[in-house]
Design a protein around this ligand. Structure first.
Ligand SMILES: Nc1ncnc2c1ncn2[C@@H]1O[C@H](COP(=O)(O)OP(=O)(O)OP(=O)(O)O)[C@@H](O)[C@H]1O
Length: 265
């Protein structure tokens, strides 16, 4: 589903990704952890074709991302879930979900918002999956933050992607709502066999919802394994070495207590 081999990405002299090897299978839910600046979002941008790696091999859904013409094709296979859901507030919930079909219908029908019946049915089914079928006609702006993010997930599902990339999808939500949105994302994608790569800052959510955890530190994978293997040593590799830069305080991973006191007696 995703095959990345020895990916490198530099922004000027900033060597952000330093040899990433990552294979993700259909239906696998991968949670990516790491300090701010570790390179998580950059890796997601490589996976959705927004950024081109400087070196390495990368294919997503069987599409070789080194080829220019593949970007449009990629949009049909890869959907995004954003931290700030990016809904159109004045549109109905159903129409927001339907925007997931924009890449599949022609330009004119999409400008006129004329969607085939089957797309409307699909969008309704996706809303049902995220528990919001009853809100189909409500304006998106009338929903709670958690409900809005569920619509964001429904929109991604309506794209019928092979891969969903989620960049801190629950960072703006309270812990209880965040857990229910993570549950919703995991269940829907598992039922449909969609591979997920999800950036998170909450270690306990990574443990609870991830099939597999990938830890990034300074552009390198320092942990790749089961949630059960995410012990203190693994967390120290992800969060403690090297120390975060003094100018940029990282968001602390929730529930993480370092095993060793830094700078202690
Ligand atoms: N478009 C860009 N141009 C220049 N530098 C960039 C760009 N995007 C990211 N960077 C740099 O790449 C590094 C990694 O950033 P990235 O956003 O991938 O980190 P992250 O792990 O996702 O952090 P966070 O958890 O805060 O989102 C940072 O030093 C950042 O400043």
């Amino acid at each position: 589903m995703i095959r990345a081999s020895q990916l490198h990405k530099r922004y000027g002299s900033n060597h952000v990704l330093r040899g990433i090897d990552l294979d993700v299978r259909p239906g696998e839910f991968v949670v990516m952890l790491g300090l701010s600046g570790a390179g998580k979002s950059t890796l997601l941008r490589c996976l959705n074709g927004l950024t081109t790696p400087d070196e390495g091999q990368l294919s997503v859904g069987g599409i070789d991302l080194r080829q220019r013409h593949s970007r449009r094709a990629l949009a049909r296979h890869v959907a995004m879930v954003f931290q700030h859901h990016n809904l159109v507030p004045r549109l109905s919930v159903l129409k927001n979900a339907l925007t997931g079909r924009l890449g599949a219908v022609g330009v004119l029908p999409s400008m006129l918002q004329l969607f085939p019946r089957r797309d409307v049915d699909l969008a309704r089914q996706c809303l049902e999956r995220v528990g919001l079928a009853h809100k189909a006609d409500a304006r998106a702006e009338s929903l709670s933050g958690g409900q809005m993010q569920r619509v964001g997930i429904a929109r991604a599902l309506a794209q019928q992607p092979q891969v969903i990339l989620a960049d801190e999808p629950v960072a703006s939500l309270d812990p209880k709502t965040a857990a229910s949105v993570m549950q919703c994302l995991r269940e829907a994608t598992r039922q449909l066999g969609i591979a997920v790569v999800c950036n998170l800052h909450q270690v306990e959510f990574a443990r609870e919802f991830g099939d597999r955890i990938v830890g990034l530190a300074q552009g390198r994978i320092v942990y790749d394994g089961a949630p059960s293997g995410l012990d203190d040593a693994a967390l120290e590799a992800i969060y403690q070495t090297p120390q975060p830069p003094l100018t940029e305080a990282p968001r602390p991973p929730m529930g993480y207590q370092p095993a060793l006191a830094v700078g202690g007696a």
